[in-house]
Design a protein around this ligand. Structure first.
Ligand code: DSN
Length: 423
């Protein structure tokens, strides 16, 4: 792939920065990117993020702004909102949250008061910081109560969720997370939330693209609020959305603006609209199902090589590997794999005896490699590279890591990445 891409104005004005962008383009082209929350956006999404829409302030909502000159911006935001409603089958969408954490915080502002109880999945079990975890503002300003998974199956412990909900009577229940390899039973969460009169927020950040493409069940109609980032499996820009029934529209909109944010990032809104347009196309259904097929094939290949997978496999885009049995800490493995051109993140596993900054696992996923067109036939090869990388990490074998890096780059050269393809 002839990289870097041409950025003439940037190169002329700030060559140092342009060089860094070029180096990142090269890195993203040459490596096998397996972080499950990352992806490659299309050239169209990338272009939308770099438009003059970013020059405009637009506090408020379409037709109700505090600044003039919104003739085009209102239409951009309305397009994004209408597309979100159509893709996810919801009555209301707010496309302004800056990212996932502010989106979740808006749900707190809309439906709870400081000190109220919220119930979410604990971070080391696969949840997210903003689901009431202690070090987050959400676990500091609110009373965070946390559920987890069964030790033997790695599946969500719904008896625990129900018991905690009945005992603690949370104002909000969060479902969804960052390291959940299995299908989320939104109906089961909805039933519990209704029983205790809690607002159910489904945080679908990781699986939004799978839901849009019909490869994971939808939280509609079980969740009161749906929160998502737009840059993971949905393959949009870095941003977020909140969706809900019409009854919650006013509370959510008020919480986002003026509750938490000022002007929306209009260039991001435009790119979200583009991504949703792409997600509505038939090809995106194929993409979403291919992501899952690849993850399942990769999980099978890893199991065949003796890797221990949390929950024994995957239903979605994500595989969580417990490296305890391989006698290699997650961080050591992740850093070695990085040197081998395979980009993953180290991650806690449920009931991890190690610390979050030095945990037992690595988290991998297939959204990015599927965007580049790799199919299930190549997943045994990916598993082999991971095994060689982990073995080399243990043996401190830099030559073996360099060999894998060369093989990875050679293969990836045949699979140009969206947004980076220059031909
Ligand atoms: N940082 C995201 C992830 O990697 O899953 C969650 O916020």
């Amino acid at each position: 792939m002839p990289l870097p891409l041409s950025h003439p104005a940037l190169s002329a004005a700030d060559p140092e920065l342009a060089d860094l962008v070029g180096a990142e383009e090269r890195l993203q082209a040459d490596t096998l990117r397996l972080i499950p929350s990352e992806n490659y956006v299309s050239a169209a999404v990338l272009e939308a993020t770099g438009t003059v829409l970013q020059n405009k302030y637009s506090e408020g909502y379409a037709g109700r702004r505090y600044y003039e000159g919104q003739q085009n911006i209102d239409r951009v935001e309305t397009l994004a909102v209408e597309r979100a409603k159509a893709v996810f089958g919801v009555e209301h969408a707010n496309v302004q949250p800056y990212s996932g954490s502010p989106a979740n915080l808006a749900a707190y502002l809309a439906f709870a008061r400081p000190g109220d109880t919220v119930l979410g999945m604990s971070l080391p079990m696969g949840g997210h910081l903003t689901h009431g975890w202690g070090v987050s503002a959400t676990g500091t300003w609110f009373h965070g109560v946390q559920y987890g998974v069964h030790a033997d199956t790695g599946l969500i412990d719904f008896d625990q969720v129900r018991d905690l909900a009945r005992k603690e009577r949370p104002k909000i229940i969060f479902c969804g997370g960052t390291a959940v390899p299995r299908t989320i039973d939104f109906a089961a969460f909805g039933e519990i939330a209704r029983e205790v009169d809690a607002v159910l927020v489904a945080d679908i950040a990781h699986i939004a693209g799978l839901i849009a493409g019909g490869a994971h069940p939808s939280p509609v109609p079980h969740a009161d609020v749906i929160s998502t980032t737009t840059h993971k499996t949905l393959r949009g820009p870095r941003g977020a959305m909140l969706m809900s029934r019409a009854t919650h529209a006013k509370a959510l909109d008020k919480a986002v603006f003026p509750g938490l944010q000022g002007g929306p990032h209009n260039h991001t809104t435009a790119a979200i609209a583009v991504a949703l347009h792409e997600a509505a196309a038939p090809a995106f259904r194929d993409y979403a199902h291919a992501v899952v097929a690849n993850a399942k094939a990769l999980a099978e290949a890893l199991l065949a090589r003796g890797f221990d997978l949390v929950s024994g496999g995957t239903d979605n885009h994500l595989v969580l590997i417990d490296l305890t049995g391989k006698d290699v800490p997650g961080k050591v493995a992740a850093k070695a794999l990085d040197r081998a051109g395979i980009v993953v993140n180290y991650n806690t596993v449920p009931f991890d005896p190690r610390k979050p900054f030095d945990p037992s696992g690595i988290r991998i996923g297939t959204p990015s490699l599927t965007s580049r067109g790799l199919g299930t036939d190549l997943m045994p090869q990916v598993a082999e590279w991971i095994e060689r990388g982990v073995t080399a990490a243990k043996a401190d074998d830099e030559a073996a890591l360099a060999a894998v890096r060369g093989e990875v780059a050679e293969l990836m050269a045949h699979y140009p990445a969206p947004g980076l393809a220059t031909a």
